[in-house]
Design a protein around this ligand. Sequence first.
Ligand code: HEM
Length: 419
Amino acid sequence: MTSNQIQPSHAAQPLKFNPFDPEFHTNPYPIYHRFRHESPLHKISNFMGDQWLLTRFADVKFVLNDSRFCIDDLPKRLEQKSVYLKNNGEFSTLMQTISQWLFFLNPPDHIRLRGLFSNFFSARVVEGMRPQIQKIVDELLSNVQQAGVMDIIHDLACPLPATVTATLLGVPTQECDQIIQLAHDLFRVFDQPLSLQVYENLNQVALKFREYFSTLIAEREKKPKQDLLSHLIKAKNQSDKLNEDELLACCAMLFSVGQETTENFIGNSVLALLHHPDQMQKLKLEPKIITNAVEELLRYDSPVQLIARIAVEDVEIDRKTIQAGDRIHLCLGAANRDPAQFSDPDHLDLTRQQQHSLPFGGGIHYCLGAALARIQGQIAINTLVQRFSELKLNCHRLEWRNNIVLRGVNYLPVAFKIN
Ligand code: HEM
């Protein structure tokens, strides 16, 4: 029996979704299998109304592509919270920032804003960044090479996406450290529910992001370059395409959503390879399989586990009625391990003939940065495996992030030899 199969102790317990449980963080897959098997459209009724947890691949894909489900109403819920707490809490900048993020926009605003980014994030343009990304990865690995030990998160997975997003947007790379911290902090907004104190802190983070980018935008207006920021400023100056608030919000969005997702992707992938030395060896001998390998690693331990939608009208799925207004949690992590879609889904096989999987969501909100994330993963993982040998885990216990949307470890110490 592998660790991902249902253990007898699990099977005996009542079926309960508790994403805050440390045991769940360590390995959510046995629980997902139980949900998919026993209650694939699982209704959770509480003070927030009726909510659903969907774990089957086909159901998750269906909801993502059906216009009777709209994006999550997080900005609205924040607004209600701020009205309720109006004498205590002030998070207007936070609300203003996230309400302009693509995640929370519906057409036509979604189409207008997404269109401004599409070119810069297209597979073709991102492919052109390969030499720059390779240079960043080479430098990061050179920094740790002599030591023979490194923390994959701190030394590679964290600085890489920040430096790449900074390069694309046109932010000076020496200022990345302060932005990484802000990006990490702001992403917590997805992690509900949070205390008033946390919201106030997040509001401060949103203010700092705003201040930082206001200064940079003022500089870039005087001296445009060939970067994404200059392109967006140009769009802003063509009045109806983008306003100042949207521009500031989008800059914060790109850093926040591209950071921890990619970090976890690289961390989870290296961890999966450490747990499967035969697969690591296969990649070392056949570096060409990296494109396929990255798809498999994204499926096997998806960095984004949970996303949400709201039903705009009553919808029947599998003889159950999801009512207008119900919130639906789509479990991408479970969908990507569904045996109805993937044979032997708990098995990591870097040469698996890839079926369509859902690590980047689907429908109109499909991840804007998917091509960029894939290429960063391909270069980081392949360079690590080719350049170092005898890569081994260098700690006894891993600490999983206490996050319900994302899945990843806080640190991943490894030891290695130089080839
Ligand atoms: C492996 C890394 C990544 C993963 C697993 C990931 C995953 C996702 C998922 C699941 C969604 C859909 C959310 C929903 O439908 O509710 C999404 C959307 C999005 N992602 Fe990513 N992402 C990654 C990297 C990036 C990067 C590097 C960027 C940009 C720098 C980025 C920017 C975005 C944006 C802007 C959206 C919203 C798109 C829209 O609503 O139209 N992501 N991502």
